[in-house]
Design a protein around this ligand. Structure first.
Ligand code: NDP
Length: 267
């Protein structure tokens, strides 16, 4: 194995071939045009992967792929159009090659007291964060299972770990994703397809700004129970995804990895 080269900023792994390398791998990252998804793509590209990012809006995807460089491509895709997901996977595989890594990152949140959440609200959140995740995962996993290799990563949340008020649909969707990880890992791992989740704590993105914006009490509560006392950065999730997708995690399946500055264990 070649040596890991770490440049001045020691978060910038630039080795060509290490146990963490994703060289020669193709990753599909939903919602990769912004926030956490963008940094997952950035970190994966940095360790050699080729990435295809998706999202509903084209402009952020164009800007993201320009900034990610030549091993980055995009497809405009709404994950809630479930009937189109098999075609999306087909198109990606016939254009760029087999998908080795799927990161189900696209997600939506909504903050409202439970008693005010309508059925439409609830369904919209769950449909994006759960139903669509299942359909895309099945489409990728059918092909990964035929090839006997692959890594599937779900993006969960602290909302699946403990009771955060006013996010009932979001918490339900992420809790269900955690359940799905265990079942899929049981079904797929014997055939070389690993399935894991990352549970981000409070990470600085547009989504967390909306959830915390104008709500200093919520912000203070989140920080009080975070031993590291600060928000995480999207790249903290990016490097965790690199690890889980890499050979360094080859015996890890069915887990939910908190990347949360200790938020899940803070008192
Ligand atoms: P952002 O809102 O910043 O980004 C969400 C991304 O998902 C966007 O690129 C958006 O692109 C895409 N997206 C949303 N809906 C769809 C859809 N129907 N089809 C395709 N793409 C879609 O959120 P974050 O980066 O903060 O969140 C990323 C993931 O991390 C989510 O699953 C979230 O639940 C999870 N998470 C975030 C935390 C945080 O603190 N930020 C904490 C815990 C979990 P577009 O609008 O163009 O479709």
């Amino acid at each position: 194995m070649e040596q890991v080269q770490i440049n001045q900023d020691d978060t910038q792994l630039s080795s060509t071939k290490t146990i963490f390398s994703l060289q020669g791998k193709l990753a599909l990252i939903t919602g990769g045009g912004s926030g956490i998804g963008f940094d997952i793509a950035r970190c994966m590209v940095q360790v050699g992967a080729t990435v295809v990012i998706t999202g509903r809006r084209e402009q952020p995807l164009i800007e993201a792929t320009e900034s990610l460089g030549e091993r980055a491509y995009y497809m405009v895709n709404d994950v809630t159009a479930r009937e189109l997901l098999d075609g999306l996977v087909n198109q990606i595989e016939s254009t760029y090659g087999p998908i080795d890594i799927l990161v189900n990152n696209a997600g939506v949140n909504m903050k409202k007291p439970a008693l005010e959440v309508t059925d439409e609200d609830f369904d919209r959140i769950v449909y994006t964060n759960l139903n669509s995740v299942f359909s895309l995962t099945r489409a990728c996993a059918q092909r990964m299972m035929a090839r006997s290799c692959g890594s599937i990563i779900m993006i969960s949340s602290m909302a699946a770990y403990y009771g955060i008020d006013r996010v009932v649909a979001y918490a339900a969707s992420k809790s269900a994703v955690e359940g799905m990880v265990k079942v899929l890992a049981s079904e797929f791992s014997g055939n070389g397809v690993r399935v894991n989740a990352i549970a981000p704590g409070f990470i600085e993105t547009a989504m967390s700004k909306t959830a915390m914006g104008g709500d200093p009490d919520r912000f203070a509560r989140a920080m009080r129970r975070t031993p590291m006392g600060k928000f995480g950065q999207p790249e903290d999730i990016g490097w965790a995804a690199v690890f889980l997708a890499s050979d360094a995690a080859k015996y890890i399946t069915g887990v939910s990895l908190p990347v949360d500055g200790g938020n899940s264990i803070g008192f």
